[in-house]
Design a binder for this molecule. Structure first.
Ligand SMILES: [Fe+2]
Length: 228
């Protein structure tokens, strides 16, 4: 099992605070059944510190090897950083050695008015676009149509697994996530884990047989097509 969305690197964003927490996350991820994790810190503005990220990644690497998890460097790229980076500049935030970009829209806004042009410009750069947690964006029926249209344009969708199962937590988001899965639009369920607890909760939900039908996405062929 691969987790394509995780804030496991410490000291970079609102995810893991220190190396101890990152190691706890690795252990909980292993326990949940993950063998590969793409570390995806938030990129939200210009001047993103790539060196700091590299150091954090390299610090975690030996622990990951010891625990038996392959980690890869990726990013969660917020479309608002485009005004500083441009599309060519944003390509450095693709997952390691691929042209796959995990693209995030602002949760409070959803699909921005120019979302189609954003997707097309990335595709012109040769990028394969994965849209992060669209269940958070579809506030209206209209946004569901946009989500569907993004798949028709060649994007893949990634749902946050915890949005499917957390009790009493953002029911609208839960309904949206389920609707997208039922519609066959989702390629990946990831954790979007920010702490150890997120991996523990994900593991519990994953191992609960009553939830098995929701875990059907995570298509291996999509993985090779999108990450090589
Ligand atoms: Fe995230």
């Amino acid at each position: 099992m691969i987790d394509i969305h995780s804030h496991i690197l410490c000291g970079i964003d609102d995810g893991s605070r220190d190396i101890e927490e990152s190691v706890k996350m690795l252990k909980a991820a292993k326990e949940a059944g993950f063998e590969k994790i793409i570390a995806t810190p938030h990129v939200m503005r210009a001047g993103y510190d790539l060196d700091k990220t590299k150091k954090s990644f390299e610090m975690l690497l030996p622990y990951a090897k010891e625990i038996g998890i392959d980690i890869y460097q990726g990013y969660e790229y917020n479309c608002y950083a485009l005004s500083d980076d441009g599309f060519e500049g944003a390509m450095k935030f693709c997952t390691h050695q691929t042209k796959t970009i995990l693209l995030e829209f602002k949760s409070t806004v959803g699909f921005p008015t120019n979302w189609e042009s954003i997707v097309m410009n990335f595709q012109r750069e040769g990028a394969k676009v994965i849209i992060a947690h669209p269940e958070r964006y579809i506030k209206t029926k209209l946004d569901f149509e946009k989500t569907k249209r993004s798949v028709e344009m060649g994007c893949k969708l990634q749902i946050d697994g915890l949005n499917l199962f957390r009790k009493g937590f953002m029911n609208k988001t839960k309904r949206n996530a389920k609707k997208l899965i039922k519609s066959g639009l989702v390629s990946w369920i990831a954790t979007d884990a920010h702490c150890e607890k997120d991996y523990i909760e994900f593991g519990k939900a994953f191992k609960d047989k009553r939830n098995s039908r929701w875990f059907k996405p995570n298509k291996i062929e999509d993985y090779s097509a999108f990450y090589g």
